[in-house]
Design a protein around this ligand. Structure first.
Ligand code: CA
Length: 234
């Protein structure tokens, strides 16, 4: 498990790094808020230990910036035992906090607890999105298999990704731009024709042979996968 420690007190930072290393964690250290934020967004960490008082950008600033894009567990360290700091930290999205000075064993216990909680959530998320369904449409992300009325739809990899995304966000209109970004990693409006072509192919496999269309065009907006009452193809 990879942990990022953002702490400007170098002695404490290196003490935490060595201690956590000996507990089997891989640890990187940043000594100010800006470096910390940069590493946090680039480094694929599973947990961040974040000091509250930091140069350049303080802990709450780092946390606020992180929370705009990431759901990574954050353990905040605060030098003061003031309740307001604790409350502010938790309100800003910290998952737990420790007041300095703290015993190393206490820190390790909190780190393990947060890691367990995060892993549990991840497992739930995987279970939730690996088997998706709508009406008689079923999708198994592990087997990469999509079925309708029990028949294998034989989708290409891209068609499968597209259907998986639409199904995960069923009932929500997804724009061509959004689909192009999320499925093809393309960022230009001009290339969204690719989306229309793929949707047409997907439809010919998953909707046209069956009575009930599930993939709908919302004119001028995009596509939505949903069950519409009373609608059926002749
Ligand atoms: Ca500090």
């Amino acid at each position: 498990m990879k942990i990022l420690v953002i702490e400007d007190e170098k002695k404490l930072a290196s003490y935490l790094q060595k201690g956590l290393n000996s507990e089997g964690f891989v640890v990187d250290v940043a000594h100010n808020g800006i470096d910390g934020l940069h590493l946090a967004t680039e480094g694929h960490y599973e947990l961040i230990i974040l000091d509250g008082m930091l140069p350049d950008l303080d802990g709450l600033g780092v946390l606020a910036a992180l929370r705009q894009t990431m759901n990574i567990p954050v353990l905040m360290l605060t030098a003061r035992s003031m309740v307001e700091d604790r409350v502010k930290g938790l309100q800003a999205g910290a998952d737990d906090y420790l007041t300095k000075p703290f015993a190393f064993s206490e820190l390790v216990a909190r780190v393990h607890a947060l890691a367990r909680r995060a892993q549990g959530q991840q497992q739930n998320a995987t279970v939730d999105s690996s088997h998706l369904g709508l009406a008689d449409l079923e999708l198994d992300a592990v087997k990469r298999q999509a079925k309708r009325a029990g028949q294998d739809l034989r989708l290409t990899a891209k068609e499968f990704s597209l259907l998986w995304l639409l199904l995960r966000r069923k009932g929500e209109v997804l724009s061509r731009t959004e689909l192009a970004e999320l499925v093809w990693d393309m960022h230009f409006d001009s290339e969204t024709n690719v989306v229309d072509v793929a949707v047409r192919r997907l439809r010919s496999k998953m909707d046209e042979p069956f009575n009930l269309p599930l993939l709908h065009t919302v004119r001028g907006m995009g596509y939505v996968l949903e069950l519409r009452a009373g609608e059926s193809q002749p």
